[in-house]
Ligand binder design. Structure first.
Ligand code: HEM
Length: 370
């Protein structure tokens, strides 16, 4: 597709797709032409969940909202979470290392729950609600379907989303009445141009953190351990401490991007290659394809450390660049650090891998290691 149809119209669901790195960068940077507001192209029942959720808003309001919450995600604050996150990883590993004589499921037993616990703590949600949050996430991703516009998939996702929305709304209202030292309180009390965020905006942002920050981080950790398993020389260097986790993670973000695609909506007719995408179309922007574009990365299918970092599209680009990128890196680094300390060896059982079959993500569902 990258060579023959860089902009492709899918007649089965009426969407356009972009595959080449440069076209993707253009779509992510040119927010006047490729906006993020779904109400342009989707019916209200599908777009209302996005209201006030920053990933679905355009400038200038996007910048104000992002400015407001980004103080909770500064590199310094996020770095400070490292030791606490290592503690959570230690607790999760205590459970499995005690039980199962060295063999465990790196995703099912560790990588899946870790981000939910971290985001729950950031938002100040009670630890007793973790099972509920994990169940909601299960229901989002357990759906086996490769078409995100499939009605059945939308419907099953919607009922879980309704439940999660109601839960977050209650919590946001609670924090307006009883402030605490957490992100939900900061959102509940914050003002943009003299206006408080509405309950629905807070709710949607909290749900966004959970949906954007959970399975993607699970994927980054799982995909990193898988790549280490497939590249024994890199595994040995990491074990010996001669290679840092950072360049390994960056190459994983390119080579096995957790988030495969993001969406944009055209505001006007736009020419890409030989095609003209009309206004008001939904465009699937294939990060995973841009990250394997041979025009940008030599031998893109090879896992190779030391490619210039920062050029990959794993965290997106432009104004919607992932707000939680630093947090995801700190979580993954913390987990790798504890794994390195607590295990003599980690060998992925490569013929027993299971992947999620949910749209939009490239994530292991099970990664047995010995
Ligand atoms: C946005 C990927 C972890 C919160 C994005 C985008 C990507 C992405 C590709 C851009 C979306 C777009 O352009 O439409 C990832 C990956 C992660 C990860 C691969 C893990 C490896 C997290 C975490 C959080 C988070 C841990 C927070 C707890 C967000 C938010 C946005 C976002 C709030 C919207 C930013 C905006 O619209 O300005 N992420 N993400 N992400 N991510 Fe992440």
């Amino acid at each position: 597709m990258r060579d023959d149809q860089p902009a492709w119209f899918d007649e089965s669901n009426g969407t356009w797709s972009l595959f080449r790195y440069n076209d993707i960068v253009r779509a992510l940077r040119d927010t006047d032409t490729f906006c993020s507001d779904p109400s342009r192209s989707l019916p209200p029942e599908l777009s209302e969940n996005a209201e006030g959720s920053m990933v679905s808003i355009d400038p200038p309001r996007h910048g104000r909202l992002r400015g407001l919450v980004s103080h909770a995600f500064t590199p310094r604050l996020v770095e400070q979470l490292g030791p606490r996150i290592e503690g959570i990883v230690d607790d999760l590993l205590d459970r499995v290392l005690a039980d199962r004589s060295g063999r465990f499921d790196l995703v099912g037993d560790l990588a899946y729950e870790l981000p939910v616990i971290v985001i729950g703590e950031l938002l100040g949600l009670p630890a007793s609600d973790r099972d509920f949050l994990v169940r909601c996430a299960d229901e989002f991703y357990a759906v086996e379907h490769d078409d995100p516009f499939n009605g059945e998939y939308m419907e099953s996702m919607q009922s879980t989303l309704d439940e999660l929305n109601a839960y977050m709304l209650d919590h946001a209202r609670l924090r307006r009445r009883e402030p605490a030292d957490d992100l939900m309180t900061a959102l509940a009390l914050a003002e943009i141009e003299g206006e408080r965020l509405s309950d629905r905006e807070i709710r949607n942002f909290a749900v966004l953190l959970l949906t954007a920050g959970h399975i993607t981080t699970t994927a980054l950790l799982g995909n990193t351990v898988l790549s280490l398993g497939e590249n024994p020389d890199v595994m040995a260097a990491w074990r010996a401490g001669t290679v840092d986790p950072a360049p390994v993670m960056e190459e994983v973000l390119r080579h096995r991007s957790p988030f495969t695609e993001v969406y944009r909506f055209t505001t006007t007719d736009v020419e890409i290659g030989d095609a003209v995408i009309p206004a008001d179309q939904l465009v699937r922007v294939w990060l995973v394809s841009g990250n394997r574009d041979e025009r940008q990365f030599a031998d893109p299918d090879e896992f190779r450390l030391g490619r210039t970092t920062g050029r990959h599209l794993g965290f997106g680009m432009g104004i919607h660049y992932c707000l939680g990128a630093g947090l995801a890196r700190v979580e993954t680094t913390a987990a790798l650090r504890v794994l390195s300390r607590r295990t003599a060896e980690i060998t992925p059982v490569l013929d027993e891998l299971k992947f999620y079959d949910a749209p939009g993500i490239f994530c292991l569902r099970s990664l047995p290691v010995t």
